[in-house]
Design a protein around this ligand. Structure first.
Ligand SMILES: [Zn+2]
Length: 470
């Protein structure tokens, strides 16, 4: 089979063509159209997030390749892999959306939340008169999500499912968040079979609430993410760092603000704190989850034991999951009241990269006090407020929140080893689990530097010249 790189976003693999419409030289907006057997299948339907220039792509005229799709398949529920779906439905898509059971359950929580944010943003832009579009429109609405959800069909793992005649897919666990999967396609043509696998976001086996990825099954072509393609996480145990930060904050009567993705990181952080309490390494302090979506997602986490690590089982009402002094905040009034509360305490709130949400109000209140600690626990994309605070906040001495400068006196800390993405060693070890190396490897979902660096390692260790989507 000949692989011809016609364009860095287009790959021709025998009878099959792949067109990458997102996660091309960046980590958001995952969308790949697979053309095979005269059919069009979309793998992931992600929203562009992060920098303004990236978010604006959600508004661009829809690529003609997204017309007349026969099926959509999602690797997992994170919005950068699923959040464009209601927009696709708004423009007329009515076909099936396949994914795992965990992804299906998370999707309805995440897409409704996303629609509410889109509607609120448009309303705010109209009220404040700051928008180039008059009137400002939401990218999609709750009504669009209502039309999307009935299209979603869950598929069991480890079984071949026919998507269109001649094209089957098998889902395996990717170990990233609840419901996350890799997708292995079996394409039949001229009496032969071709296997093409999409990794999706790949986790690792060090997470405490999620089982690691299944071994990769043999595949001719592998499309693999490269978020941390140029990074090796530290080998530190996240429990050690978490213990140190929480004990320091307690001694100082400070508050630890943890900006966290509502799905994935928030659940891992809650359980790590509980583990430290159970091991007697920290004294319980109030741990406040101020993110309504996170609490719904946590419930879904607990309802999918098939993705939990072996040996882990949560008691009824998850009494052995939540920190002992756990509090859940729902209304925005309760959230505002937190401003007057004194530490020691821990506040976990979204958004994880400080792109909006309640966490900004907490930071406004807590950053100017040197007793407090901001603890990053997830990926911070370049150009986001989160990346700025993490990398330059202390040096610059201030962070702009809601158009006002806020002094940065609190300590800024990060636990790098808490990521839900594998680092480059994890990704390469996962590729090796196939036993037989893929003939072709294509890297996507990474910065140009991350892809370049990972491609060099693949060349060196596997002797394969990897394609790079960008
Ligand atoms: Zn993800």
């Amino acid at each position: 089979m000949e692989t011809r790189v016609e364009h860095k976003r287009e790959f021709k693999l025998g009878e099959t063509e792949l067109y990458f419409l997102g996660a091309a030289g960046e980590v958001t907006g995952s969308k790949c159209v697979m053309l095979t057997h005269g059919k069009r299948i979309l793998i992931d339907c992600g929203l562009f997030q992060g920098e303004k220039s990236s978010r604006e792509k959600n508004w661009a005229a829809q690529d003609p390749l997204l017309e007349n799709l026969d099926a959509v398949i999602l690797t997992h529920a994170h919005l950068d892999h699923s959040g464009y779906l209601p927009r696709l439905v708004r423009s007329g898509y009515r076909g099936p959306v396949y994914c795992s059971g965990g992804t299906r359950d998370l999707l309805s929580v995440m897409l409704y939340d996303s629609a509410h944010i889109q509607e609120e943003d448009a309303e705010f832009a109209n009220r404040s008169g700051y928008s180039n579009h008059k009137p400002a429109e939401p990218l999609y609405t709750v009504r669009d999500v209502q039309q999307t959800i009935p299209l979603v069909q869950s598929l069991p793992l480890y079984l071949w499912h026919t998507i269109v005649p001649g094209v089957e897919v098998e889902l395996t666990r990717a170990g990233h968040i609840i419901g996350s999967t890799s997708l292995r396609f079996r394409i039949k043509a001229h009496g032969k079979e071709q296997f093409i696998t999409f990794s999706g976001d790949v986790g690792h086996s060090r997470q405490k609430t999620i089982q690691g990825p299944d071994p990769l099954s043999p595949t001719e072509v592998l499309i693999v993410e490269s978020t941390y393609g140029n990074r090796e996480h530290t080998q530190e145990d996240p429990l050690d760092r978490m213990e140190e930060v929480l004990n320091r904050a307690k001694k100082q009567h400070g508050t630890v603000v943890i900006p966290s993705f509502a799905v994935g990181r928030a659940q891992e952080v809650l359980f790590l704190i509980r583990l430290l309490e159970d091991q007697g390494r920290i004294e319980p302090v109030p741990v406040i989850l101020d993110s309504p979506m996170s609490s719904e997602a946590t419930q879904i986490y607990l309802e999918h034991p098939e993705d939990h690590p072996p040996g882990l089982s949560f008691e009824k009402k998850a009494r052995n999951f939540f920190p002992n002094r756990f509090e859940l905040i729902r209304s925005s009034n309760e959230s505002k009241e937190l401003a007057d509360r004194k530490g020691p305490m821990v506040i976990i709130s979204a958004s994880g990269m400080l792109q909006g949400g309640r966490v900004l109000h907490h930071l406004k209140r807590r950053l100017p006090d040197e007793r407090n600690i901001v603890l990053f626990v997830g990926y911070q994309a370049e150009g986001t407020k989160g990346a700025f605070l993490k990398n330059h906040g202390k040096k610059e001495g201030e962070l702009r929140i809601h158009h006002e400068p806020v002094p940065v006196s609190a300590s800024i800390e990060a636990i790098e080893s808490l990521s839900a993405h594998g680092d480059v060693r994890d990704l390469l070890s996962w590729v090796r689990t196939a036993g037989v190396l893929p003939k072709h490897i294509i890297l996507n979902h990474g910065s140009p530097e991350a892809m370049e660096s990972m491609a060099r390692r693949i060349q060196k260790e596997f002797g394969i010249k990897a394609g790079q989507v960008g």
